[in-house]
Design a protein around this ligand. Structure first.
Ligand code: HEM
Length: 403
């Protein structure tokens, strides 16, 4: 497949918006969704994919097997012309049958039932973190460092069997891997370091199994020949990277959203049973995947009345789709009572987030625990000053709070 010359960058195609306000999608999206819902944008070099902003079209693309997630295909609208090559096990950049084979390996550890069993451990971790944060009469903290990041990090470590003492090391590598500001060499070096570390852990668990996911990978999948050692390491790395930063970002942005919508927080204080609905609404409203979900057409396909040709890239702006007034009335408002069915914060179709039950459990337990323990919680600085500006997923470096 080659990039069609007519599809190359053209100055009349605007660049994909690089920045967004803290809680809302890029301002251009509302106009584009209304006037040109399937339109060309420029992302880098000569790559000019289609940007899809309506909910209906976004779902159609994500459910259609004629759109591939294979980032090795020429012209794929990835994160720069020199994105590091795909590593073994990175099935989010693959199509069936490899995607199916590798994803299936992880399914037993991420079923709703398995995650429900983790709830007591998550609640315990939340309590311990809140104890530490408020110890010695402290009345201020950086919420990212004290709560939002260690909570999902501790949980994913427990699940995988990765020692949490090493969190400085793997959090640094994870940050570099998902940073858009880091050069290809830096990202590749971070990945190499993480894979070496997890390769050693896999070897250890092969010799000395424990009750964790890495041991199960070693015993049930590598020893049986179902996946290679390199794939098992890649799977563990994928979970470690995807498993903590995303949820941490949702935590801090959710806290900002609720503190800026005190009427909604008051509804939750009066009716705590609404927290699970509130989490869905926060997921919809904030939509972390602000650089869009990336695909490439393998055949000619019509989307929203526009003919997308084989070899064309597509960026599915799920943040724009989640504010589509055709699906969500008064879509820009945060309304914890709304029906959020069909939101696309975890994607849709084959690649829908495998960790969604885990992320939901952490947010459904961690957010009410925080607001119940610290009813006077407030922001002490302008959170905009701490936004992560160059990451695939939207988030915050720090969130100074007081109580
Ligand atoms: C896929 C969002 C938490 C692991 C995805 C996708 C989205 C997403 C939008 C689809 C990507 C695409 O279609 O191209 C989120 C959000 C999270 C979160 C908003 C937190 C609030 C997690 C957690 C884990 C995880 C906790 C693991 C422990 C994955 C994996 C994939 C994925 C492995 C690839 C699935 C596939 O390609 O089949 N996530 N995620 N995510 N997520 Fe998450």
């Amino acid at each position: 497949m080659t990039t069609h010359p007519a599809h190359r960058a053209d100055p009349s195609h605007p660049s994909l918006p690089a920045e967004r306000p803290l809680l809302d999608p890029a301002p251009e999206y509302a106009k584009w969704r209304a006037e040109e819902p399937v339109r060309r944008v420029t992302i880098w070099g000569d790559n000019s994919p289609w940007l899809v902003t309506r909910h209906e079209d976004a779902r159609a693309v994500l459910a259609d097997p004629r759109f591939s997630a294979d980032a090795t295909l020429e012209g794929f609208p990835g994160f720069g012309p020199q994105a590091p090559p795909r590593a073994p096990g990175q099935f989010f950049m693959m199509d069936p049958p490899d995607h199916t084979r590798l994803r299936r390996v992880l399914i037993p550890d991420f079923t709703f039932r398995r995650i429900e069993q983790l709830r007591p451990a998550i609640a315990r971790i939340c309590g311990e973190l809140l104890d530490a944060m408020t110890a010695d009469g402290a009345t201020t903290a950086d919420l990212v460092e004290a709560y939002a990041l260690p909570l999902p990090s501790l949980v994913i470590c427990e699940l995988l069997g990765v020692p949490y003492e090493d969190h400085d090391f793997f959090q640094r590598q994870a940050k570099a891997i998902s940073s858009l500001a880091a050069g290809p060499d830096e990202r590749l070096a971070a990945r190499k370091a993480l894979h070496t570390y997890l390769g050693e852990l896999l070897a250890l668990r092969t010799r000395e199994p424990a009750d964790d996911l890495v041991s199960r990978l070693a015993r049930d999948r590598v020893a049986t020949g179902e996946v290679t050692t390199a794939e098992a390491v890649g799977l563990a790395a994928l979970l470690l990277v995807a498993g903590h930063e995303t949820t941490a970002n949702m935590f801090s942005l959710s806290v900002v959203a609720l503190l800026r919508n005190p009427d909604q927080l008051a509804v939750l204080r009066a009716e705590p049973a609404l927290w699970p609905d509130a989490v869905e609404e926060l997921l919809r409203h904030i939509t972390l995947a602000h650089t869009g979900l990336r695909r490439i057409a393998t055949e000619d396909v019509e989307v929203g009345g526009v003919r997308i040709r084989a070899g064309d890239g597509v960026v599915v702006a799920v943040d724009a789709a989640n504010r589509d007034p055709a699906v969500f009335s008064d879509a820009d408002a945060l309304d914890v009572r709304r029906d959020t069915t069909g939101h696309l914060a975890f994607g849709h179709g084959l690649h829908q987030c495998i960790g969604q039950s885990l992320a939901r459990a952490e947010l459904q337990i961690g957010l009410p625990a925080l607001f119940e323990r610290l009813p006077e919680l407030h922001l002490t600085d302008r959170p905009e000053d701490f936004a992560l500006t160059a990451s695939m997923f939207h988030g915050m470096r720090a969130l100074p709070v007081g109580w």
